[in-house]
Design a binder for this molecule. Structure first.
Ligand code: PRT
Ligand code: ZN
Length: 286
């Protein structure tokens, strides 16, 4: 039997664009033009279910969907039996405790005896237990940032990305409870056929992620500088060196990581590299 892998993605919200873009970069065509609940991918045995993000862990646990894209924050709070397969590099945020900019609370210890409003009661209570803080948790489902202003709680624990919501509500971060990004999760009992489809998808996801984290670099250098330049540029195996038409010069090609990009470029220049070109990589299979 030819099975379809069923994936749950957020129907609309902050993870929708990143989820659809990732599938597309993996070469999978999914159209959700009519705002449908369920769409069959055109060129991969994948059926996409569009759901609220909060429901995704449960649906994957119960095998309504085989896999899902969902925030680590939701996984931590929902506490369902699913496997965490791969971080996806989008939807980055942190769950933080925030307090009024001016007020009595200055340290985490000052939270003792206070009330904290949050939509993440489980994660927060584990955190408070670990820190031996005795505070009351007030669970609310939205607009957490207004809780101190309306007198519902003295502090909040909510997701932060740019920090502008906290800023405009005269709040500031006190402590990060959890770092989060979108995660690929899977049901723990996939059939062998679905497991192999998941591996095929995962192979593509890793190639896309790796490409995003690396750049292709081309440069020219005088031959007497090549030894120093090769040391700076390890490349996937080692850099490619091709002679230029002008004698005594070579063209060097390699891959550099986004993480130490500027340091590498600066030391390439300092070691005699000229005409440095940086090119994005579409896919990277290693
Ligand atoms: O309808 P559905 O339940 O599916 O959506 P939702 O409203 O629950 O979720 P949504 O779309 O807001 O967020 C989906 C996921 O995106 C979250 O579970 C996180 O994994 C991730 N994410 C990343 C964020 C943020 N960044 C984020 N900034 N989720 C929410 N926020 C909110 C935050 O709650 C606060 O209100 O944005 C505000 C703060 O943003 P800044 O930029 O002002 O700091
Ligand atoms: Zn939600």
């Amino acid at each position: 039997m030819n099975e379809n892998l069923k994936i749950a993605v957020q129907k609309k919200g902050r993870l929708y664009d990143g989820s659809m873009a990732l599938l597309k970069e993996c070469g999978i065509d999914v159209s959700n033009g009519n705002n449908q609940l369920r769409v069959q991918a055109a060129n991969f045995p994948l059926e996409v279910f569009f759901l609220r993000d909060d429901d995704i862990p449960e649906y994957v646990q119960d095998a309504v969907a085989d896999i899902g894209f969902v925030g680590e924050n939701v996984i931590a709070e929902k506490n369902k039996h699913v496997s965490s397969v791969e971080k996806l590099g989008f939807g980055k945020c942190r769950l933080s405790i925030a307090i009024p900019k001016t007020g009595a609370i200055k340290t985490v210890a000052d939270l003792n005896g206070k009330k904290i409003a949050t939509s993440y009661p489980l994660v927060l209570s584990n955190y408070l237990k670990e820190k031996k803080i005795n505070a009351t948790i007030q669970e609310i489902s939205g607009s957490v940032e207004i809780a101190p202003k309306i007198g519902l709680a003295e502090a909040i624990c909510d997701l932060v990305s740019s920090g502008s919501t906290l800023f405009s509500n005269e709040l500031k971060e006190l402590e990060t409870v959890l770092q989060s990004e979108a995660l690929l999760i899977s049901n723990k009992n996939l059939s062998a056929e679905k497991q192999s489809l998941l591996e095929k998808l995962l192979f593509r996801i890793k190639a896309v992620k790796k490409a995003k984290n690396n750049k292709y670099v081309l440069l020219n250098a005088p031959n007497n500088k090549l030894d120093a330049i090769v040391k700076i540029l390890p490349g996937m195996k080692s850099p490619t060196i091709l002679p230029l038409a002008e004698s005594g010069w070579s063209s060097v090609h390699s891959v550099i990581s986004e993480n130490d990009f500027w340091e590498v470029i600066e030391s390439l220049k300092a070691n005699g590299a000229q005409g440095i070109l940086i090119v994005p990589i579409e896919k990277m299979i290693v």
